[in-house]
Design a protein around this ligand. Structure first.
Ligand SMILES: Cc1cc2nc3c(=O)[nH]c(=O)nc-3n(C[C@H](O)[C@H](O)[C@H](O)COP(=O)(O)OP(=O)(O)OC[C@H]3O[C@@H](n4cnc5c(N)ncnc54)[C@H](O)[C@@H]3O)c2cc1C
Length: 339
């Protein structure tokens, strides 16, 4: 049994690093299922081709768990952001086992999870072989709500959910949508605003309480590298025809992080350009500073406790198709004016 309390990152402080370097870019091929530019995949490939293993988040029906990948095929299930907290049960013991065998290990997760992994292994054997990659994080919804959301969808469509893509790129990277596939062949494709679950996430209603006072929303970072969406790219004067394939931002925070990037460049066909650390956060302020807890959050969770998922669906509706269409038109006009 792993003793967590002495190494809890909330009680004990990790070392926070000033980012040394910032870049944006993408893997040149095969990033349809990666949420931004697939740079998490590029870093993972580098470690796995060097004989190492990767731990990342996988959606298993109605919950997200961290699993181990040893090759590109196994990494596929880790691709894509899943908007709920992942379960790390058993992962520390597996990381310890890999480090004891002198294998390289890459752990990928939310900043709080990375802080916990880093502080737990700092004084352990072969820590030099542990790379930690955090994603920029808006906050994570409660896993219980997601379970009930899936149950609600399965009852409504009378079939089990076999695939749930939180960030489909079918309408392009900058207009993320959700795609849900059912066993009976039914498919739901919606913008984030049209989906109840994603609306609650976007409006910060369903996030865990700790996410409103997260110390990892900070220009100084805990992980070796940080990967996020480069939402600021359209504000910079760059010519890049592939933006809509997906564009990641990458922050290099430690020497280990730099070694990981060097390795990733050697084994991947990757497009990367340097930018300033300040530019890396353009249009991405929720990753940098905490937002306040919405006043309706308490009522949202009270309703959920007493009236279950059906209650919050009634009281906190998603955007209807007409409003959503008007929003899309406004978005298109705005982007055309910029060009
Ligand atoms: C809950 C959440 C909130 C986010 N908020 C922001 C934000 O506000 N701004 C921003 O720029 N980027 C945010 N991201 C990150 C962004 O969506 C992409 O994951 C990131 O750009 C990496 O994309 P990729 O194409 O390189 O990676 P991909 O190959 O798509 O890999 C995604 C990586 O994220 C990890 N991951 C996925 N879901 C989870 C999860 N639930 N818990 C822990 N790890 C997970 C996987 O292990 C995988 O390694 C968020 C991601 C999540 C999961």
């Amino acid at each position: 049994m792993w003793k967590m309390s002495k190494k809890c990152p909330v009680i004990n402080d990790n070392e926070f690093h000033e980012s040394k370097n910032a870049l944006y870019g993408r893997l040149v091929d095969g990033i349809e299922f990666n949420s931004s530019g697939g740079l998490c995949k590029a870093l993972s490939k580098a470690v796995m081709l060097d004989g190492g293993v990767v731990f990342g988040a996988v959606l298993v029906h109605d919950e997200v768990v961290h699993l181990k990948a040893t090759n590109e095929n196994e990494y596929t299930a880790m691709s894509g952001s899943k908007y709920l907290q992942s379960n790390l049960e058993g992962v520390y013991a597996q990381i310890a086992e890999e480090l004891n065998k002198n294998n390289k290990v890459l752990f990928m997760g939310c900043p709080c999870q990375c802080a916990a992994v880093d502080i737990n292994f700092k004084s352990k054997k072969n820590y030099e072989n542990l790379y930690v990659c955090e994603i920029l994080c808006h906050g994570v919804p409660s896993p219980g709500i997601f379970k009930d959301w899936i149950r609600f969808l399965e009852n409504k469509y009378n079939s089990s959910v076999v695939n749930y893509y939180f960030r489909s790129k079918k309408n392009g990277w900058s207009r993320p949508s959700i795609e849900i596939v059912f066993k009976n062949g039914k498919r739901i494709f919606q913008s984030h605003n049209e989906s109840y679950y994603h609306m609650w996430f976007g409006k910060h209603l369903s996030l865990r309480k700790s996410c409103y006072k997260c110390k990892y929303r900070n220009i100084k970072r805990v992980a070796d590298v940080t990967v996020g969406d480069f939402w600021g790219i359209k504000n910079l004067d760059v010519v890049d025809d592939d933006i809509e394939k997906g564009t990641s931002v990458l922050l290099i925070n430690t020497d280990k992080g730099q070694r990981l990037l060097d390795l990733a460049r050697e084994v991947n066909n990757v497009f990367l350009k340097e930018i300033s650390v300040d530019d890396a956060y353009i249009n991405n302020t929720p990753s940098l500073s905490n937002f306040s807890m919405p006043v309706e959050r308490e009522n949202f969770f009270d309703t959920y406790k007493t009236e279950h998922i059906e209650g919050i669906i009634k009281k906190y509706p998603a955007e209807n198709k007409v409003i959503s269409l008007l929003r899309k038109i406004k978005h298109t006009v705005k982007s055309t004016r910029k060009e």
